[in-house]
Design a protein around this ligand. Structure first.
Ligand code: KG4
Ligand code: ZN
Length: 340
């Protein structure tokens, strides 16, 4: 694919990370992220605190991204921002700032869907060895979403399967919380899994029609097991942490990949990709590679830093908007429940 020689500044503020990135064509010049540690003690993101932190962060974060790229505001050709979905207060901080910049600098504005951006991160020049070719399937797994998406082009995507309750990231975070781990527990489960036996414990799995997922029964089965065992041994979790984590991770990853495999077979697709925060998970990264090898398919896994929330992916999605001449008016609202 040939990308225009244009420079975009992008802002991402949908949840608890404030991020700004600068992109030229499909090459990332800078990608800066300010994380919000403030939520850790609450066991989850507190929306009101998140938007206040974004307000504190937004000016220095954008400045940092421009400095790291070695550019001035006057070098920019457009501004991209996350329109939704996400937390309304958080989205509005990034959105208002992006609009003000576009207005002040007289630049075109591009509104980006956060989940589209997670997928389109695959097209960033250094995201992987090569970019997937259309059509391909992408398993998009984050703290709020679990979707199997069929991509016919960068602007033609269809969800062919999704969770009917908890997202895969929530399944990680909530089971981690049950075990007494801080938020977000996903990366911790991944870490402890490395020393554990993935077949030590068996947890229930839902089998749904088509390519949909459900993780609420799984979560309950983890809770029930731990309640039962802790009655006899209050050190049970501590003693079995690695095996518990490995078994939890195995159940989530195996469920995701089995469904992905069926979907790819049904649609005659041989290129499979993962995206979203949970695609940082080592079990999922290994698993999709093994699946592709077994089937003689091709797997695409984005570079670690483009998996969790970042503005580089918003910039890349914004570049596709620019390429399709999809500039938006300055009065476009943020939308916490923006449709796919
Ligand atoms: O995409 P993302 O950064 O934010 C959302 O838009 O939700 O995803 C965050 C989610 C959290 O649930 C976090 O626990 C999970 O991704 N996550 C992981 C790992 N790294 C991040 N889950 C399992 N293993 C990981 N290594
Ligand atoms: Zn995300």
């Amino acid at each position: 694919m040939v990308y225009p020689d244009k420079i975009l500044l992008a802002i991402e503020s949908s949840c608890d990370d404030t991020s700004a990135a600068v992109l030229q064509g499909n090459k990332i010049l800078s990608n800066f992220i300010a994380n919000q540690a403030i939520h850790e003690e609450y066991g989850g993101v507190v929306p009101e605190l998140a938007s206040r932190e974004h307000q504190k962060n937004i000016v220095p974060v954008v400045k940092k991204a421009l400095d790291m790229a070695g550019l001035e505001k006057s070098d920019l050709d457009g501004i991209a921002f996350t329109q939704g979905p996400g937390l309304m207060g958080s989205l509005m901080v990034g959105g208002s700032f992006a609009k003000s910049l576009a207005l002040g600098l007289n630049l075109p504005l591009y509104a980006v869907h956060h989940m589209h951006a997670h997928i389109l991160a695959h097209f960033i020049e250094d995201a992987g060895e090569s970019a997937p070719e259309f059509p391909f399937l992408c398993l998009t797994v984050s703290g709020g979403h679990t979707q199997i998406v069929l991509l016919r082009s960068a602007v033609d995507m269809e969800i062919i399967g999704q969770t009917i309750d908890d997202a895969a990231g929530e399944a990680f975070d909530k089971t981690a919380k049950i075990m007494g781990m801080p938020y977000p527990g996903g990366p911790l489960i991944d870490q402890f899994s490395k020393e554990g036996n993935p077949h030590a414990f068996r947890f229930s799995r839902a089998r749904l029609e088509g390519f949909d997922f459900s993780f609420s029964g799984f979560k309950t089965s983890v809770l029930r097991l731990l309640e039962k065992e802790m009655r006899n041994d209050d050190q049970f979790i501590e003693r079995n942490k690695a095996d518990l984590c490995a078994s939890i991770q195995f159940t989530i990853v195996d469920t995701l990949l089995q469904t992905m495999e069926s979907a790819a077979l049904k649609h005659g697709i041989t290129q499979i990709a993962i995206a979203g925060g949970v695609s940082a998970n080592s079990g999922l990264r290994n698993g999709i590679q093994e699946l592709a090898k077994r089937r003689d398919w091709k797997a695409f896994i984005p570079k670690f830093e483009y998996c969790t929330d970042n503005a580089a992916m918003i910039a890349m999605a914004g570049m596709f908007q620019l390429m399709h001449e999809r500039e938006v008016p300055l009065n476009i609202p943020n939308n916490a429940r923006l449709e796919f």
